[in-house]
Design a protein around this ligand. Structure first.
Ligand SMILES: *Cc1c(COP(=O)(O)O)cnc(C)c1O
Length: 363
C-alpha cells in the first residue's frame, strides 16, 4: 500500500473516533452479558414517540425517492420553533456533519483551529483531517477558559474556534453573558462554532444565545436530534447562522446529507414537547441519583449540565474493566486527557442503580 505516501502527516497521526462500543461487541469480547450501556449519552427513555409514529409511515417520506435536499419542511419547523427565518437554518447528517462543514469551509494546511483541552474530540478530528493545526487551550477547572481562547483567536492563521456549551465529556457550562462577551472578542473573519448539543438539559435554559446570531455574521450554532430527542441512530442535526454564512456552508454540504426518514422523524420530535419535558425530568432525577450515589461511595464528580457525569475513578481503564465485568459499560475518556476519570451517561433509575451497585467503594 503506497497511497499513504501522499496522505498528510496530520491525518496519519490521527486516532480514528472511538465510538462507545456496542453492548454486543463488548459482551462478545469478554464473555460477559452487558445489560447496562451508559456510554454514549443516548436518551434512556428511547425516542420521541411522535418521531416513531412518523417513521412508521414511510408513505409520507417515500424511501425510494431522494430526500428533499434543502430539507424545506424541517428547516421551516426549526425556524418556527426558534423564532428564526428558514434561511438561518441548515440541516446535517447529525450535528457532526455541521461541525465538519465548518472545518471544510475554513481549514486547510497552514491554518489553525482553536478549541479547549478536554473538549469534544470531533474538533480535533475535523482539524487534523484538513491538515490544519490546532491550538488546544488549557481548560480552567474542567471548563473552557474563554478569555484564553479569545486571546488565542487573535493569532495569525486562526480561522475557526469551537466552543462546546455544555461541553462533552466534562459537562461544564458557561452563562450566556460569558458566551456573548466571548463572541464579541473574536475577530470577524474567524468562524465561531457554538456546539449546543446538550442545551435542552441546561436547567436555566440555554439563555439568549440565539439573539447573538443577529449581531455576529461569523457565529454558527450547532444542535442535534441525537440527545434529548432520542434519534442518535438516524443522524440528524442542524446549524443556525445568518443566511450569508449558511450560503457558504451550503457550498460544501453534501447533496442529500439529511435522509428522508430522519427529516420526517426530526420534524415530529421537535413538536413533541411532552417527550422533551419527560426526558429533562428523568435526567434531573437521574443526575441527582448518580451525584448522590457517587458521593456516597467516595467518588468526586465534575458538576455537569448535560445528561452525563464524570467521576474521579482512579485508573480509568482498570475501573472500566471492573464495571464491564459487572455488566455495565460507561465511557473511558483517556483520549480526552482524562485517564483518571470515567464518564457515565445518566440512565433510567434502574440502570443508574445497577451502575452504582457495580462500583466498588473508593478506598
Ligand atoms: C453528541 C454530541 C454531538 C452530536 O453529535 P451528532 O452528530 O448530532 O449525533 C455534538 N457535539 C457534542 C459535544 C456531542 O457530545
Amino acid at each position: 500500500m503506497a497511497v499513504d505516501r501522499h496522505v498528510p502527516p496530520s491525518v496519519l497521526k490521527l486516532q480514528p473516533y472511538q465510538a462507545g462500543k456496542t453492548v454486543e461487541q463488548i459482551g462478545r469480547e469478554i464473555g460477559v452479558e452487558v445489560t447496562v450501556k451508559l456510554s454514549s449519552n443516548e436518551n434512556p427513555l428511547g425516542s420521541s414517540p411522535a418521531a416513531l409514529r412518523a417513521l412508521a409511515a414511510p408513505q409520507d417520506y417515500a424511501p425510494h425517492l431522494y430526500p428533499d435536499a434543502a430539507a424545506v419542511a424541517l428547516r421551516a419547523a426549526i425556524a418556527k420553533k426558534l423564532n428564526l427565518e428558514p434561511e438561518q437554518v441548515i440541516c446535517g447528517n447529525g450535528s457532526n456533519d455541521i461541525l465538519e462543514m465548518a472545518a471544510t469551509l475554513t481549514l486547510r494546511p497552514g491554518s489553525k483551529a482553536v478549541y479547549a483541552q478536554h473538549s469534544f474530540v470531533v474538533y480535533r478530528l475535523a482539524t487534523f483531517a484538513r491538515g490544519a493545526e490546532a491550538i488546544e487551550v488549557p481548560a480552567a477547572n474542567f471548563g473552557h477558559d474563554l478569555d484564553a481562547m479569545a486571546e488565542a483567536c487573535q493569532q495569525d492563521g486562526v480561522r475557526i474556534v469551537y466552543v462546546a456549551n455544555p461541553n462533552n465529556p466534562t459537562g461544564s457550562w458557561h452563562e450566556p453573558e460569558a458566551v456573548a462577551a466571548f463572541v464579541a472578542k473574536i475577530p470577524e473573519d474567524v468562524l465561531v462554532v457554538l456546539d449546543e448539543a446538550y442545551h435542552e438539559y441546561v436547567e436555566d435554559g440555554p439563555g439568549p444565545t440565539l439573539a447573538l446570531l443577529a449581531k455576529h455574521p461569523n457565529l454558527l450554532i450547532s444542535r442535534t436530534f441525537s440527545k434529548i430527542h432520542g434519534l442518535a441512530g438516524l443522524r440528524i442535526g442542524y446549524g443556525l447562522a445568518q443566511p450569508g454564512l449558511l450560503a457558504l456552508l451550503n457550498r460544501v454540504r453534501q447533496p442529500f446529507n439529511a435522509n428522508s426518514a430522519a427529516q420526517a422523524a426530526a420534524a415530529a420530535a421537535l413538536a413533541d414537547d411532552d417527550f422533551i419535558a419527560r426526558s429533562k425530568d428523568a435526567n434531573r432525577a437521574g443526575m441527582t441519583q448518580l451525584q448522590e450515589g457517587l458521593a456516597a461511595k467516595g467518588y468526586p464528580t465534575i458538576p455537569s449540565c448535560g445528561n452525563f457525569i464524570c467521576f474521579a475513578s482512579g485508573d480509568g481503564a482498570a475501573m472500566f474493566m471492573t464495571l464491564l465485568r459487572g455488566g455495565v459499560v460507561i465511557r473511558n475518556i483517556d483520549e480526552y486527557g482524562l485517564a483518571n476519570w470515567l464518564r457515565a451517561t445518566v440512565g433510567t433509575e434502574e440502570n443508574n442503580a445497577q451502575l452504582l451497585a457495580a462500583l466498588p467503594a473508593r478506598t
